[in-house]
Each structure stands twice: as C-alpha cells, then as structure tokens.
Design a protein around this ligand. Structure first.
Ligand code: AP5
Ligand code: MG
Length: 219
C-alpha cells in the first residue's frame, strides 16, 4: 500500500509517521528529511539548505531526483508513506509516472488538518533531534531532559526556518502550491481521508487508527 501523508507545515506529519507506518506496514520517506541529510558541504546540499532556511520550495526536478534515488532502495517494495511529498501538482504527476509502470498507485491520501494560527504556535517552539530527526515542542511535547532527545539522547536544535518571520512564507507556499495539489489529487479520483490534527498527539494517533479501520484500510 502506498500512502501520501499530507498537511501544512507543523501539522504533525513527522510526529504521526511512525504510528501510521506500524499500522500499515509501510516505510516512512520524508522529503524534508532527505534534504536535511544531504552532504552540507556539497554544492547541492548548500543550495537546498539555503532554500529551506528561507521557507521556499526546493525545485521539482531536484526533489524528484533525490526522491527517485530513495525509491530505488529495496525497502519501498512493501509500500511507502510519503511525508511532505508531493507538494505541487507537477510532483503529483511525476509520482504517478513513477508508480504506474511499477503497477503501483496512491492508495490513500491521509490529510492532517490544523489552522494557520496553530502552525505558528507549533513551529516556533519546535525542537528536532540532530541524530534521529524526532520532533519535540517546548510546551506541547517537551523532552524529558532539556535539549536532549527522549528516543536516542541526541542533541535538539531549532530548524533555520522555524522562526516567526520564516513560518509565514511557508504557510503562504502551502496555500499557493500544496493545498491546490490536494484538490488536483481528489479530481484524479484518489481516496482522501481527513484527520483533525488539532487535538493532543495521542488523540490524533487514535483518530488515525479509528479512521483507517472505518475506511477498511486496517482490521
Ligand atoms: P518538511 O520537513 O517536510 O517540513 P514541513 O512540511 O514544513 O512540515 P514539518 O516537518 O515542519 O511539520 P510536520 O507536519 O512534520 O510536524 P511535526 O510532527 O514536526 O520540509 C522542510 C522543507 O524542505 C520545506 O519547507 C521545503 O523547503 C523543503 N521540501 C520538503 N519537501 C519538499 C517537496 N516535496 N518539494 C519541495 N520542497 C520540499 O510537528 C510540529 C511541531 O508540533 C513539533 O514541535 C511537534 O512536537 C508538535 N506537535 C505535533 N503534533 C502535535 C499535536 N497534536 N499537538 C501539539 N503539538 C504537536
Ligand atoms: Mg516533518
């Protein structure tokens, strides 16, 4: 089964990804994580980091090339959870072009919805683990030990684009490019399931479980 995990920045895609992957038996692939893991000294790594730090979108051709490399690995055969991809209609078309000859399709689009105001509240206080990429929030999801990851003890840091002035362009980009892409997928006949992401993380996880059960994706 192949799933697109959709939502505005800060919706909780990364926070919910492990739970969804366990439920569906699929592999988590986040384009944001792929970009953050590029060699920071390489020309490509520097170019991509500059775009991300400004809150812009990485060009479609670069995104597709890096994603295609990741999709060439064997662990994608049993299905993927694509987190943060596609973000434009062009990327959606490229994804379908990759899937069709392989006999695959987007079986489900799981859309986590939160308000723009909540995006701000979540992102400016987010801290991420440098080692494993886990997300924390200084108020809503605080780490047990300040500055350290609960999962692996790694150092927590603030993303360059998680500042009040960078969050707004990301929200604007979401409304301009990414939300229309969701309507585009809907018109193409893909199944879209909406989840209210405004509740506490565990409540959102439960809501995802019960919705996937109701929709017949899990027993
Ligand atoms: P990416 O890493 O994908 O960032 P994003 O889409 O902006 O989403 P986030 O990772 O910021 O949010 P999230 O939904 O994962 O929320 P999280 O779980 O962390 O992309 C980064 C950049 O890469 C982009 O800006 C772009 O430049 C580039 N990029 C990536 N993909 C691209 C593509 N396809 N094309 C072009 N460019 C691309 O949670 C957020 C915070 O809220 C955390 O602090 C968390 O602890 C907290 N939290 C989570 N759930 C809850 C809850 N229920 N209640 C309270 N707090 C919560
Ligand atoms: Mg994320």
């Amino acid at each position: 089964m192949d799933v697109v995990l959709f939502g505005p920045p800060g919706a909780g895609k990364g926070t919910q990804a492990e739970h969804i992957c366990k439920l569906l038996g699929v592999t988590h692939i986040s384009t944001g994580d792929l970009f953050r893991n590029l060699d920071k000294e390489s020309e490509l790594g520097k170019r991509v980091k500059a775009i991300m730090d400004e809150g812009g979108l990485v060009p479609d051709d670069v995104t597709m090339e890096i994603l295609a490399q990741r999709l060439s690995k064997g662990d994608v055969d049993s299905g993927v959870l694509l987190d943060g991809f596609p973000r434009t209609s062009n990327q959606a078309d490229e994804l379908v072009k990759w899937m069709t000859p392989r006999g695959r399709t987007v079986d489900l689009v799981l859309a986590i919805n939160i308000t723009d105001q909540e995006v701000h509240r979540r992102l400016v206080n987010r801290r991420m683990c440098r080692s494993c990429g886990a997300s924390f929030h200084m108020i809503f999801v605080p780490p047990k030990v300040e500055g350290l990851c609960d999962n692996c003890g790694g150092e927590l840091y603030q993303r360059g684009s998680d500042t009040p002035e960078k969050v707004q362009p990301r929200i604007d980009g979401y409304h301009k490019w990414t939300l229309p892409m969701l309507s585009y997928l809907e018109k193409k006949g893909f199944t879209i399931v909406h989840i209210d992401g405004m509740n506490k993380p565990n409540d959102v996880s439960q809501s995802i479980t019960s919705t996937l059960r109701e929709e017949g994706f899990i027993q």
